[in-house]
Design a protein around this ligand. Sequence first.
Ligand code: HEM
Length: 406
Amino acid sequence: MTEQAQQQNNSAIPTFSIADLDHDTHALFRQYRPLTPFIQRDDGPLFVLRAKDVVSLTTDERTRQIETELLQLRGVTSGPLFDFYDKCMLLSNGAAHRRRRGPMARTFAFKMVAEMRPKVRIMAEELIAQHYEAGGMDLFEDYAAIIPAHTVAAILGMPKADIPKFAQWIYVMARSLGTSWTEKDIPELEDASRQMADYMYELVEDRRRHPRGDFLSDYIAAVDENPEMTPLEAIMQIVIVILGGSDTTRASMAIQAALLLEHPEQWQAVCADQGLIPGAVSEALRFEPSVASLPRLVLEEIEIGGRTLAPGSLLMLSTMSALRDPEIFGEPDRFDIRRTDHTRWHYVFGGGAHRCLGEALAKAELEEGLAALASKIPQARLVGKLKVEGHGGIRSAKDLRLEWTP
Ligand code: HEM
């Protein structure tokens, strides 16, 4: 296509500021999804809106996962935060991605997740018990944030005393994967990255010397089989597993409880019949996903829906829009835990080579976290109104409190 034709083709792309997108993201996506395959945010990225395009572009060889580009744009080209971006499986492609994901995928087995499930339930029930007599807790800080950090610490066999400092590093580092940080945050992000890497290095070395037949021992054995994997790479796959499972699960845990409490008939149904829980978790992940988009770079010109994606474009494959596409979901703006048209592979966990490695663990945590609330405090009420923030990357939901009569 000539440059002029290209300009014409893309000239009328509806473009929005971050504030426009934040205002009522679902309404904006609903309005533009039938009109155009993608819209543009005024700082550059193109948001792909339709489910069929989101799905096909995740595996399209004319796109690739972003690597360190966004960090470099902010002037970070070396150091501990850069090392993390540069070496983790999430932000790598091709052979490097396969080498980094392989040992972790083998170790992150179904059996390990199945063994964790009852432990997550006990932990969730203990958390509720700690707050029970007080008659209330912060849904986000006191419950949703604790379960993922404690779960991953249990998987890695960390001493309990280390959890608070380690959780703090996780949540600081996880901010770097979002869009809301600026250059002034870099020292704090680097500090957390450095401390996390040092901590993991020591933990791995200790377990190498004293294998225990647990997850970390198995992972080290799998890594040691591959001479191409450097020690730094081995550590960074642990860090990305921790990060990948923190903000995402934390937000979804809070969102699902809030959505159900805002739909009392469905909350009561879940309390009465725990068989409804997997459907409730899937529906909450669809209705208000904690991951709004997958980033990808366009390598070659791609035609979609009568428009052209130019090489070099940064795409946000909008899972948030796809999950409300009426081509796939009947009455997509209705929250219904009994819906029967969920896709076999939930879009919220992405697709292709990078599909979420922790999907089974995330579901186990979300299901057990919800089951504990429904069985221990069915009388809970929500104080505050659910407002999920963010339209790209990981979203968040704060200022939610649960109260109940003990
Ligand atoms: C509700 C919770 C979760 C959601 C919505 C979620 C979503 C996602 C998505 C969309 C991706 C793909 C990103 C892309 O293609 O660019 C991903 C990747 C990943 N997730 Fe999750 N995730 C969740 C929980 C977890 C948990 C609990 C873990 C582990 C403990 C985890 C570990 C990972 C890892 C390691 C990757 C990178 C995979 C790769 O690049 O090959 N996630 N996740």
